[in-house]
Design a protein around this ligand. Sequence first.
Ligand code: S5P
Length: 459
Amino acid sequence: MESKKEFFLECYKLGIIKFGRFTLKSGIESPFYVDLRPLASDPKILKNLANYLLEMLPLDNFDLICGVPYAALPMATAMSLESYIPLIIKRKEAKSYGTKKLIEGIYQKGQNCLLVEDVITSGKSLVETISEVEQEDIKVSDIVVVLDREQGGKQLLESKGYRVHTLFNISEVCDILQENGELTENEVKRIHDFLQGNHIEFEDKARASYEQKLKNVQHSVSKKLLEIALAKKSNLIASADVTTTQELLALAEKVGPHIVALKTHIDIISDFEYEKTIIPLKELSAKHQFLLMEDRKFADIGNTQELQFKSGVFKITDWADFVTSQVIGGFESLDCFNNVGVVAIVGMSSKGTLTTSSYREEALKITLSHPNVIGGVSQSSIPEEILLFTPGVNLADSGDGKGQQYNTPEYVFKTLHSDFIIVGRGIYKSNNPEEAAISYKNEGWNAYIKSLKIIATHN
Ligand code: S5P
């Protein structure tokens, strides 16, 4: 076998460690991220890894071998194949039916089991796993770990009397990568500072300004939105989720001067009449210079969407400047919106939404490639070539008890690089919607200006 260092570099090529800015499960921001699952996809590496791990261990001590689910399962399997030590499988959760077993496989009470883990950080999840294995009357004395993040896990387990064998630790990994020109001395120093529990500053990428975006966008609706934003010093879209024409028009009159667009759900207006609802609304939009965004969230095949867009009582095509649409119907389902701008729903703000990261990734492909699309609704960042609209913004609340989850303007501009905030109840439910709109407009604009000024503070 090649040297341990060469072996690490081969593993590294599979993308198991990334450097940058990552939010860990605990919410802590880390300058590096480790994911060893790719190792299982390279049979030669997995086999070598198994042998490196076995070499470190007093193999006679073990009757069984068990991986901590899931990343360590292939590793434990490979070690079992190389050493002929029998494998047992620990479930993540006990089955809710049948045997309710937590450990699968053949074993006897009192046998000693070697635990295999991919990465150890604080060690807390290993402590839990060990106690679950011990509850089945299986003994654990040794744990073998591929990579130690050196954040106290080894010490925690050793203080409880377990032997912890680690193949790599993050310090030696950083040294290897520095020697190989993958990391600079400064980057390694920051990682050490982080591991020692010191606060480290992250370099924030500066966001594009509205002026810069105005130069790059193609769609006329994107241009108009950015021009209004700059003219009014506002990035606020008020969501008019009211249910009568009178309330809708009254709200538009009050908040109109302070917003870039008024977002409607036109199908919740109980007394809708094109003449009485839309005509005066159009007049207000011209008077106060804001666009109309119909939040229809189309989600059907192209033909049906076209009918929903152009027919019925609402005739959205005649008055909306831009509309929202799901992209679940695929690329061509958006073709019918060729006289308006489309804001694609990439990710939703509600708890338990099905817009998972893999969905968002696919949704973004359509969003970025369709010429009718001007931007996306999302709770995470999207590429800067399109506009990001972020609902779920409220200064006073963190949720509404119905699944809505709120963020502050500061978070959405600084962290997500949003372009426009969408505020509903924060404005129309307020005692004074005009004052509320002014305060959201100012908060939003200040947060945007602040997000432009983030200065790199590498130390
Ligand atoms: O993910 C989303 C997408 C949208 S468009 N989450 C949302 O809340 N919205 C809309 O934004 C929602 O339909 C509502 O009209 C508005 C948020 O209203 P609020 O009262 O919670 O601010």
